[in-house]
Design a protein around this ligand. Structure first.
Ligand code: SF4
Ligand code: SF4
Length: 114
């Protein structure tokens, strides 16, 4: 579930608000998204994948993490390289190899049209 929004990285582009399929965010008065409905998060990672500044962190669980978890600790997440890690794996962002070029899914493999 979405756990962290880093205000100091956010450029207030609203992309996460727009791409979230379940309207988890609302725009805060300062322009930084607020997690308004965490219970509606479906851990799809779309917000994290689309954030241009790696300002969001979605923990890979379908329930909120306990209070004090490292999954809510921005410094610990930054130190471990977790911020932006998903985006890097799928190849989104400048200088990265698009994941679709590496995917071995048979549907992406060349097939004959005849
Ligand atoms: S992980 Fe998906 S459902 Fe959850 S806040 Fe991000 S975009 Fe919305
Ligand atoms: S996508 Fe990232 S930079 Fe844009 S508003 Fe959301 S958290 Fe901020």
């Amino acid at each position: 579930m979405i756990e962290v929004v880093l205000a100091d990285r956010c450029v207030q582009c609203d992309i996460c608000i727009k791409v979230c399929p379940t309207d988890v965010f609302r725009r805060g008065e300062d322009g930084v998204p607020v997690v308004a409905h965490q219970e509606d998060c479906q851990t799809c990672f779309m917000c994290e994948a689309n954030c241009p500044t790696d300002a969001l962190y979605v923990a890979p669980f379908d329930t909120p993490v306990p209070e004090g978890s490292t999954h809510t600790d921005a410094d610990a997440l930054a130190e471990s390289g977790a911020l932006g890690a998903y985006r890097a794996v799928i190849g989104w962002g400048g200088g990265r190899t698009p994941g679709s070029t590496l995917d071995r899914n048979h549907l992406f493999a060349p097939v004959s049209t005849s």
